[in-house]
Design a protein around this ligand. Structure first.
Ligand SMILES: Cc1cc2nc3c(=O)[nH]c(=O)nc-3n(C[C@H](O)[C@H](O)[C@H](O)COP(=O)(O)O)c2cc1C
Length: 208
């Protein structure tokens, strides 16, 4: 085994090991808006669901390692405490990556990455029309994990409304795992898709 002590290792290297080992990670395509109504769209794989009641999602826009600055998503959320978390499947993976490029704050990343704005019903930020599941959220709390380059900021989101595309449902109106084809982020430029070739089931009753 090799050993990595984060306290005496360069942040970039620590993060590379973490991102390659902790995965596949789900991807939140987070849509926010600033006080001048400029939309922003960016992917975050420091993301998961943490509670069913209240329904809570958390994602983390970190301070840039390169120059220790804040991301536009975090700045927008400090102004307007609402976000739409759009789920990423294989169909939209390339557009999602495009939305992660470093655009100036006044650029609408929906347009740059080829996504379509869809009005939300409860919150101000737009939904992504091409995403199979869109969750309108109120931001309950923002927790800063530090002021250093690479420090995360936990965005605690309470889901207000979930929109689910008919295309990914089975006859019982439940999400069909074979149809949704979710994408996960791994280390470096690696991703994983979850179509029927990769999915497997474990029947608890067959385990002795
Ligand atoms: C799949 C994917 C996942 C990402 N996950 C994160 C993340 O969890 N946290 C983060 O700070 N940046 C993450 N990034 C990088 C941001 O998306 C990128 O810095 C983006 O430009 C931020 O945009 P903004 O400044 O408009 O908020 C990720 C990028 C990709 C492609």
């Amino acid at each position: 085994m090799i050993k990595i002590n984060p306290k005496n290792t360069e942040t970039k290297l620590v993060q590379e090991y973490l991102l390659s080992a902790v995965g596949p990670r789900p991807i939140a395509l987070a849509s926010t808006i600033d006080k001048n109504n400029i939309p922003n769209l960016s992917p975050f794989s420091f993301f998961n669901v943490f509670s069913g009641n209240p329904p809570i999602l958390i994602f983390s826009p970190a301070r840039r390692i390169r120059n220790n600055t804040e991301k536009d998503t975090l700045r927008n959320l400090q102004q307007i405490k609402e976000v739409v978390i759009n789920i990423v499947n294989y169909e939209i993976v390339e557009k999602m990556v495009k939305s992660s490029f470093d655009y100036a704050s006044e650029i609408d990343e929906f347009i740059e990455s080829g996504f379509t704005h869809l009005n939300s019903e409860i919150v101000k930020p737009y939904r992504v029309k091409e995403s199979p599941v869109q969750m309108e959220c109120a931001v309950n709390k923002i927790i800063s994990l530090g002021d250093n380059a690479g420090s995360g900021n936990l965005i605690i989101c309470e889901i207000q409304l979930i929109h689910i595309s008919e295309k990914i449902l089975n006859q019982n109106k439940k999400i069909d795992q074979n149809k949704i084809d979710l994408v996960g982020r791994m280390g470096y430029d690696w991703y994983i898709k979850s179509d029927s070739k990769s999915l497997f089931k474990i029947n608890k009753n067959n385990i002795k």
